[in-house]
Write a protein that binds this ligand. Sequence first.
Ligand code: S3P
Length: 430
Amino acid sequence: MSERKLLPISQPISGTIKIPGDKSISHRAVMLGSLAVGTTKVANFLTGDDCLNTIKAFQALGVSIDREGTNVTITSRGATALEEPKQPLYFGNSGTTARLMIGLLSGLPFVSIIHGDPFLTIRPMDRVVIPLKKMGVSFVGREDGTMLPLAINGGSLKGITYPLPVKSAQVKSAILLAGLFAEGKTTVIEPALTRNHTENMLAAFGADIHTNKNEITITNKQGLQATDVFVPGDISSAAFFMAAAAVVPGSKLTLTNIGLNETRTGIIDVLHQMGASIVIDNEQIISGERIGDITLTETGLRGIIIEGNIIPRLIDEIPIIALLATQAEGTTIIRDAEELRVKETDRITAVVDVLSTLGADIQGTKDGMIIHGRTELSGGNISSYNDHRIAMMGVISSLIAKAAVVLDDVSSIAVSYPRFFEDLRQVINK
Ligand code: S3P
């Protein structure tokens, strides 16, 4: 446990931060680089615990992966050269590693045993296991093979057409990665647009993949070819600093090289609707992903309704949006976000607990929350629920609280943003 006492600040924050690499894209770069023939160089890789667990998994499958800081070099002889792991593969806290690897390992002709930390062990895997069983994979594990630890007997898959019952990029990606190895075509039909990094990157590595509106089809094709990947800054990490600049009076922050893929920019749309002053400069496309610099200047905020198809475009940002809503005039209603209940923790319960402990007027609903603003935040003792995004929301809350905020444990922040406190210190003008 790593407790942290955080004192309020009395002056604006300002400056420029280079936000670390995107978590989703870093995972996928290691996965596809390991399946491809040749050498893949990944720049600006996220060195968070989750992505390091993905690297370790492929090293255990026999792939040569070297890392120097945020530069990763993967050398592989392709999917057919991957070896049966001699030990169980450990994915720590990483839901993305677990779900995507279940799909990928399903295509490989050997037995893999996978496990994770106590929090990952209670997260639902049936959402990927059910369609993969339809493709011909067999699983052994608790709860009829739908929870970790899990044994996967991979190989001999057949393609399916699968309408996704949940709005989940992890489930979509698991099926597409299995589809790389399946006989015939595999089609996933999405109920709403979710992050499309898997599709973009598979195309860049030479896979036969096509998107037609909400249907994505992949055809079995061995022999992905290595290609270099530049990982943009993670908009989900940037969101904490956007929020800090939006709520600390007089602040102005610039965040550089941020990924602006439209499947991820719901937070920018929400900040605009809430009345924030946000400017995007230096837009360009690198490695198939749009990037740019974001400058946010503090102005007043107003409450809004957030619902429907925007939800998957900002699902990871809802905890920090809830904090913004406590500082907005009027009521903010968040609906259609029941997926929050199965994240690293039940994020509806966690957000409501943390913010109401600090004096916010917030109620949880079955699929979201209702927040009445604007309320001044008090100090207090809060829990991070061992969830990196709840912990970072707690830290940003402390900047505007009237007294000290004590967070029980900040160690989970290393999952997605190991440099978080250094970057924060840099923009606090003491
Ligand atoms: C992710 C997809 C989302 C997101 C998670 C990362 C990904 O999860 O919450 O942090 O990289 O595909 P779901 O697919 O469960 O919505």
